[in-house]
Design a protein around this ligand. Structure first.
Ligand SMILES: Nc1ncnc2c1ncn2[C@@H]1O[C@H](COP(=O)(O)OP(=O)(O)OP(=O)(O)O)[C@@H](O)[C@H]1O
Length: 246
């Protein structure tokens, strides 16, 4: 399974920088996208999700492109979990998860049925009947993932899923990503370099709209001097590539 960015050009309005001729293939079960603030991570995720359209070039998932007539089909396969998930007023967690499935074309019954297992898989079983506006930011993001599982996405894009989470919730996310990547492809953007090797098969470093590195966690760590633990080496490698600490 491969997400392919081919010769992408994109900029916001009259912004001076942006993507020019960006080429990237993401084909590992779990890939982490690293980069400093403003590197373009969210923009790249939004292009992959077909929320933004590049001025030039194309994105495809397993050969399928989100052209106008095929956009709905593409979005069924590729789910996007943005940084901020908006609770739908009045809906419970499970109802909002089922609603996500219905929005992607499932029947109400099928979406409701599938939502039960999806809510359990992300660890929200006990909160299934709580109103979605009454759960935390981390729980909302897990609810978003449950929606993607309900309509059986093949690729889940998670934009900074651990931002603002406490260490316990971050750990829960790591477990979730590890489980998910056994069944679906996962692309995660994050500032956290901790234990990349345990979780991800591929590391991509983006800076100023350009790919600075793509390779295995071992190759990434090998960029740094061979001292310290994997976290220190990841931070050193990152600093070498983009000239700053995360
Ligand atoms: N809607 C927008 N309109 C204009 N410029 C934007 C918009 N969104 C982002 N940008 C600019 O585009 C560049 C890339 O932003 P993007 O949000 O993709 O970066 P990022 O790597 O996700 O950053 P962060 O880690 O801070 O979320 C930045 O210079 C940003 O200021």
């Amino acid at each position: 399974m491969a997400l392919v960015f081919d010769d992408i050009a994109f900029r916001y309005g009259r912004q001076a920088s942006g993507f020019t001729g960006l080429a990237l293939t993401v084909d590992a079960p779990a890939t982490v996208l690293l980069g400093p603030n403003g590197a373009g991570k969210s923009t790249l995720m939004a292009i992959a999700a077909s929320q933004l359209t590049p001025a030039n070039g194309s994105v495809s998932f397993n050969g399928a492109r989100p052209d106008r007539r095929r956009q709905a089909a593409y979005r069924k396969r590729v789910a996007w979990i943005p940084q901020h998930i908006t609770p739908v007023p009045g809906l419970t967690v499970r109802e909002q998860v089922a609603y996500a499935g219905w929005l992607k074309g499932m029947s109400r019954g099928a979406a409701w049925e599938a939502s039960a297992g999806a809510v359990e898989r992300v660890g929200l079983g006990k909160l299934a009947d709580r109103k979605s506006h009454q759960v935390s930011g981390g729980q909302l993001r897990r609810m978003g993932i449950a929606g993607a599982l309900t309509h059986r996405s093949e690729l889940i894009l998670m934009d900074e899923p651990t931002a603002g989470l406490d260490p316990q919730q971050r750990q829960m996310f790591r477990q979730l990503v590890a489980e998910l990547s056994q069944r679906v492809q996962v692309l995660v953007s994050t500032h956290q370099t901790e234990d990349l090797a345990d979780l991800y098969h591929q590391v991509v470093v983006l800076d100023q709209g350009a790919v600075r590195f793509q390779g295995s966690p071992a190759d990434f760590h090998a960029l740094a001097p061979a001292s310290g633990g994997s976290r220190e080496r990841a931070e050193a490698a990152y600093a070498l590539l983009v000239g700053q600490e995360i």
